[in-house]
Write a protein that binds this ligand. Structure first.
Ligand code: UDP
Length: 488
């Protein structure tokens, strides 16, 4: 969004309104929520982001640019209690945790900050708290609270149905399919794809319950999705919830080309230079989000599949901390790939949004994290779906409904980013790549659907688009509440 355009469509009189934003300490939550703060500030709303010192570094350069451009945005930092939770200084984000114990410690540290955060919010005299779902206590501060879900309506609709109707309890085995009741479409799932907290008590289940309970004490819900990809589920979810709900996504799209984590450097990334040398729509982009850690046997299968497939590729793969090399790669794999210029293996943070927007990219092998799905949709890149944990299996259902992808056959939910589900063999991966890049009627339909949906996505954040309208309506409503509260 250019600053000119932003200024022309700015909400009038928003300057009095002060909204405090609380992002969760994981990139896939931080990025969209910071985008929301920047979007509000671009509309003249005083926006303050509260986070810890090291988490603030993730988006510092973007916010600094906004401040230089004159937008009313600020960041307030707190010190993360690293020593209290036994973490090294600087590890304050789930993405930087190298194992489940460290991730839990990050979570504990975040919970310990509650009192300091509460004091800070009160001292800032906020009119509204725009809170990530993982801060349920922000519903109890007597300040209008927006609960931010960085996820789609279809997921929350399935969540509601599983919770209320428990269809997964009526099947005999993990591999048996059932229909998810009371949804606009006949969606089937296997019990093995369902999050374990629906089946038995888990700490995550308790956290999710607290989050869901906090909905009722919130002013409204805000989702990072857009109406056009799931109109039936947007309407259905609003009906079952009976509360105020806004859809303002895809949030990154307002800031396309300014990758938040990368800090918007002008130097072209190596991966983008490499893509320049590839044929249009030929490259398969492989990335499983910011956290996934596969066992070595799975890395081997992915490598073998990419080598066997005819398509060039970019594969973003995380090294285990302390390891010199990526464990599990077949002997000589990297050398052969480099020699034949067959692909690029990246172990650092990839400029994913820009990669997906590149004309050479023709398919995305993805874990179906919601941000990744949205980014693929906006770029018109068809997906090869490999759901792993969190809400990925539900997101995959939306990809299926939209007809913009093909699955690799993953059907076992993992309780976290350390993947333990059965190994997906190279055959499945090669098959998915071949289907997606082939000339079958199915492949053509997937490509056509992806293109059509991307066209729709482009308009939703422009003036008059559904998400843009919702942002404007939300800000107007917050201003109205503020002025009502000020009335004598
Ligand atoms: N991402 C990126 N570069 C990477 C890995 C991830 O830019 O090397 C971004 C990606 O574009 C997306 C986010 O990180 O915005 C990942 O979010 P998603 O919901 O897809 O998955 P999660 O990380 O939560 O598993």
């Amino acid at each position: 969004m250019s600053s000119e355009k932003t200024k022309s469509s700015k909400v009038t009189g928003a300057g009095d309104l002060h909204v405090v934003f609380l992002p969760f300490f994981a990139s896939s939550h931080t990025i969209p929520l910071v985008h929301a703060a920047r979007l509000f500030a671009a509309q003249g709303v005083r926006s303050t982001i509260i986070t810890t010192v090291h988490n603030a570094l993730i988006f510092k350069s973007s916010v600094d640019r906004d401040i230089s451009a004159g937008f009313p945005i600020a960041v307030q930092t707190l010190n993360f209690p690293a020593s209290e939770v036994g973490l090294p200084v600087g590890i304050e984000n789930i993405n930087d945790a190298t194992n489940i114990e460290m991730a839990s410690a990050v979570f504990r540290g975040m919970m310990m900050l509650r009192t300091s955060m509460e004091q800070l919010i009160r001292s800032l005299v906020a009119d509204c708290i725009f809170s990530d779902m993982f801060f349920p206590w922000t519903a109890d501060l007597n300040i209008p609270r927006l609960l931010f879900y960085p996820s789609c309506f279809l997921y929350h609709s399935i969540f509601h149905s599983l919770k209320v109707h428990k269809p997964h309890e009526k099947v005999e085995s993990e591999s048996e399919s059932f229909v998810v009741p009371n949804l606009p479409d006949k969606l089937t799932m296997k019990r093995s794809q369902v999050s374990d907290f629906f089946k038995f008590k888990t700490p995550m289940g308790e956290i999710m319950e607290t989050i869901k309970q906090s909905e009722k004490r919130s002013y409204g819900l805000v989702h990072n999705t857009f109406y056009e990809i799931e109109p039936d589920y947007a309407d259905h979810f609003k009906k079952i919830k009976g509360m105020k709900i806004w859809h303002i996504g895809p949030l990154f799209q307002y800031f396309i080309r300014k990758d938040l984590r990368g800090g918007g450097t002008s130097e072209k990334h190596t991966s983008l230079k490499w893509l320049d040398s590839q044929k249009p729509k030929s490259v398969i982009y492989v990335c499983f989000g910011s956290m996934v850690k596969f066992p070595e046997a799975q890395i081997t299968e992915i490598a073998l599949a990419l080598e066997e497939s005819k398509q060039p590729f970019i594969w973003v793969v995380r090294k285990k901390v302390g390891d010199e090399e990526i464990g599990g790669l077949p002997d000589g794999f990297q050398e052969r790939i480099e020699k034949e210029n067959k692909g690029l293996i990246m172990t650092e943070w990839a400029p994913q949004v820009e990669i997906l927007q590149h004309a050479a990219v023709g398919g995305f092998l993805s874990h179906c994290g919601w941000n990744s799905v949205l980014e693929a949709i906006v770029s018109g890149v068809p997906l090869m779906t490999w759901p792993l944990y969190a809400e990925h299996f539900y997101n995959e259902k939306l990809v299926e409904l939209l007809g913009i992808g093909v699955g690799v056959g993953a059907d076992v939910w993992n309780s976290g980013s350390d993947i333990t589900s059965p190994i997906i063999g190279k055959r499945n991966i090669v098959d998915a790549i071949e289907i997606l890049t082939g000339g079958s009627a199915m492949a053509q339909s997937i490509r056509r659907n992806s293109k059509e949906i991307a066209m729709k996505a482009k308009h939703v954040v422009e003036e008059g688009g559904s998400s843009h309208n919702d942002v404007m309506a939300l800000i107007e409503e917050l201003k109205a509440i503020k002025s009502q509260n000020l009335e004598p």
